[in-house]
Design a protein around this ligand. Sequence first.
Ligand SMILES: Nc1ncnc2c1ncn2[C@@H]1O[C@H](COP(=O)(O)OP(=O)(O)O)[C@@H](O)[C@H]1O
Ligand SMILES: [Mg+2]
Length: 275
Amino acid sequence: MPRKEIPFVRALRLRREQVPSFSRYPFSLPAVRGLDELGLLEDGVTFFAGENGTGKSTLLEALAVRLGFNPEGGSDDLRFATVEQAHSGLSEAVELVPGDGLAADGFFVRTEGLFNLATEIDRQDEEMEAIAREVKKRSGVVMAGYRPMNVRYGGGRSLHAQSHGEAMLALLSHRLHGGGIYLMDEPETALSPLRQLALLSVMHRLVRGGSQLVVATHSPILLAYPGARIYRFGEDGIEEVGYEETEAYRVTRDFLEHRERSLRTLFSDDADDEQ
Ligand SMILES: Nc1ncnc2c1ncn2[C@@H]1O[C@H](COP(=O)(O)OP(=O)(O)O)[C@@H](O)[C@H]1O
Ligand SMILES: [Mg+2]
């Protein structure tokens, strides 16, 4: 159970009167400048899609900070800070419209934070082992009932002893229990296509267990999750689109269907150079 209550979120609102200046990051991003209220699916998946640099991570992080998560990722049972640099400041101008229920679990999955998260998990396990050894030495009492973090998070192996993709999938499969609110920033990074399919099934288990997911992604596999709401971030702000309208889907499909032609076009400058 969580140490404090986290609401499911019906919508995220920009309190425009709290914005110091729309000409400075993060408020200058088109996705933020035009933001009024963004509705989120309470019992399903909301995706943030769109080109690099359009503000998906910035907005997801503001949502995470508002919910009380560590901006680097983690949960309220695993907080750590290794980088002094704070979050973008957007969270202070954002308010959340709470949904009906309270989440029993929550996690912010961030690829860049995975290494630090793994280190923190190992550190906490080593600390507990040292305490247990000390207690046994002094009193002969064997401390039982402690479930190592590496079991809870990594399936029994240090996340550092797993490949990046294995560690990510282990974390998602073992730590996320359902009935919670889960934010994920490009969780497909380092996952093979097969493991992205496995991630889809993890997402489905979570949704069926009454979870709210908000996922920033470029993966045409993840975006295919049925019934999801997809927001495309772009130069004109944020708009809701269908799966087949996303760049992730269109560019991938076009490339696979017309591979030879795509490659010829991409490399046409090289061909000119050679003449
Ligand atoms: N600390 C920062 N200061 C100024 N600009 C930033 C900062 N962090 C990110 N940006 C800029 O904001 C834009 C959006 O970043 P981000 O939210 O990470 O995009 P996305 O996740 O959609 O790829 C990027 O173009 C980036 O250069
Ligand atoms: Mg990003």
